[in-house]
Ligand binder design. Structure first.
Ligand code: MTE
Length: 347
């Protein structure tokens, strides 16, 4: 994602990927994460536990490091399993938990994929509050407990496609953003929703780096109909457990038909606006990152081919390159929102 100036070239771009991935493994193992010693492959869906009519993914207990507030417990004990016949499921193999939590983009903690897990030790997701602002009847600063209280948690298995050409399949835990939005009663002027991430240079070393090119806080936005689309998820967990800091604890967005950079992490502000909000990557390089950022194999990107993707984990023994699908395979659920729009211009 970085805009390259000479001091800015990432190790992943100058090091052969196999070596780079090995270095990442070294970083995770030095943090006490147990590595099997075997090259990790994808997790077949058959490995998931059956629960009710669906399946439930669970994180390996030796890899869990998050200790959230006590009141979260009951919520996580009654997660609704994913409906395997519904829109929120894919039967594709899951990306192993180990990779989901150790190969991350979270520039607040650094620009390397291993930086977020390595550098988020100071980050605290509790206590947490979210400010609701702008064109709504019920603005205010709400504790996370208030935000979550009326919502049942459910599991959803989504593809995540990064504009950098890699992808994962991740079992998230969360609830529809639309259900939260309805509670705050947006006014008729609310046409967009803007999201902001925590700004705290003390616990987020990337924000105090002198090489940073992002204007903090990280910001993202959706059009109101996109925010209300049933696919749009506010995630508070992954693999049946709480989100670790590097994945956006305690609450993040997941918009599976858009490039991963729209799925903003560690949200502290949701603002309803009349005009399209400014968003971080678009401000940095508008020719590369549009406001819409719908996954589109036909839209040219100057640095990464968008017609193919590498499904992670990529190992020394295998590499899975697959075609990228329009709207990341979610066209049936979302294409109608963009009818009549020229998606090569409104990318
Ligand atoms: N949110 C914030 N606040 N900061 C970031 O740097 N990176 C984005 C997105 N959300 C990012 C962010 C990008 S580029 C991607 S691909 C996804 O998070 C990655 O999510 P993951 O690390 O959980 O896979």
């Amino acid at each position: 994602m970085l805009i390259k100036v000479p001091s800015d070239i990432r190790p992943s771009e100058i090091t052969p990927e196999s070596v780079y991935l090995n270095r990442r493994d070294f970083i995770t193992s030095s943090l006490g994460i147990a590595l099997s010693g075997v090259v990790s492959g994808l997790v077949p869906q058959s490995a998931l536990a059956a629960a009710g009519d669906g399946l439930r993914a669970t994180a390996p207990s030796d890899l869990i490091r998050t200790a959230p507030a006590v009141w979260w417990g009951p919520k996580f004990e009654s997660i609704r399993p994913v409906d395997i016949n519904g829109d929120f499921y894919t039967s594709e193999s899951l990306t192993p938990y180990r990779d989901v939590i150790s190969y991350n983009n979270f520039y607040e903690f650094g620009t390397d994929k291993g930086d977020p897990i390595a550098n988020s030790g100071e980050f605290k997701a509790d206590p947490w509050s979210v400010a609701i602002e702008g064109e709504v009847e019920k603005p205010g600063v709400y504790t996370l407990e208030d935000i979550l209280k009326p919502h049942d948690l459910e599991e959803r298995i989504y593809r995540l496609r990064c504009v950098e050409r890699w992808s994962m399949v991740i079992p998230w835990v969360g609830f529809p953003l639309g259900d939260l939005i309805k509670r705050f009663q947006p006014t008729s002027k609310a046409k967009y929703v803007e999201f902001s991430t925590l700004q705290d240079a003390q616990s987020m070393p990337g924000q105090r780096s002198r090489f940073t090119t992002i204007e903090w806080p990280y910001r993202e936005g959706l059009r109101m109909d996109e925010a209300m689309n049933p696919l749009t998820l506010l995630a508070v967990g992954v693999y049946g457990n709480y989100l670790p800091p590097q994945n956006g604890a305690p609450i993040r967005l997941v918009v599976p038909w858009k490039y991963g950079f729209k799925s903003i992490k560690s949200i502290v502000k949701i603002r309803f606006t009349e005009n399209e909000p400014a968003t971080s990557w678009n401000m940095l390089a508008p020719q590369e990152y549009g406001f819409y950022a719908n996954v589109n194999p036909g839209a040219h990107h100057p640095r990464w081919r968008q017609d193919m993707e590498t499904r992670l984990p990529q190992t020394l023994l295998s590499s899975s390159r697959i075609p990228t699908l329009l709207f990341n395979g979610y066209a049936e659920q979302v294409a109608s929102m963009y009818s009549g729009m020229d998606l090569s211009k409104l990318y």
